[in-house]
Design a protein around this ligand. Sequence first.
Ligand code: SIN
Length: 276
Amino acid sequence: MSINVQNITPVIGAEVSGIDLTQIDEVTAASLRRLLADRGVLVFRDQQLDHAAHKRAAACFGTGELHYHPLATASGSADPAVLTVKATANSTYAAGDGWHTDVSCDPAPIRASLLYMHEMPESGGGDTVFASMTEAYALLSEPVQELIGNLRAVHDGALPWRQAYGKEPAAGTEYNRTAHPMVIAHPDNGKPLLWVNRGFTTKIQGVTALESRALLEMLFQHIESTPRIQCRVRWDKHTLVIWDNIATQHHAVWDYFPHTRHAERVSVIGGELQAA
Ligand code: SIN
């Protein structure tokens, strides 16, 4: 296969053509892993994927071990490795409509997510915005880099329930809560990157509650209000997007209510995060 790559911005994202994701051999998989570490977000158009092919493509990344999302079955999926991401006229929230890293509360977080689009809203919209955490870290001043370099922050799986769904997690449901370093080394290229996100990060350890709130809010705003570290992906039916869930975070824009957008996500886990 001869792969063509067109950057979306100089900083993040690439449109990749000349590849059929049902036919990835080991050489192609190694090229895609390098490209993902370099660009953070890869967009593939016109792919024909069933669940088996979707999962085979995902297994080329991270440890190769698929992630089982606690909400996969509740999302309507018959396969626990496939998460349904769907918003309709009956939805009171849309999954991913807020800046986040996928399930960063896990001790060994998702390394890469692969989202495959089945239906786009007829109104248009439904884009996803991604941000590079390598660049987010690089743009911080040296004193702030030093300040956060030795700190850890708690990521709590119950937070999306409270924030997005406006309720407590269902009784008896346990979600992971993990303290990760705030600055981690990218597992492939060792580059330092900022690892806090509004979707899951609740508290910085070892500082006062006021300091934690103020510092986290400053970092969240830095990520969300710096367009030069971001790219915006426009989807079509049968687009598949792979994102490096360690080096990026994203926001799925819910601007198409009451229309329907329907996709499926398969994710693959990585190892425990290492401080930079
Ligand atoms: C997600 O956060 O996994 C969903 C992203 C999207 O719907 O674009």
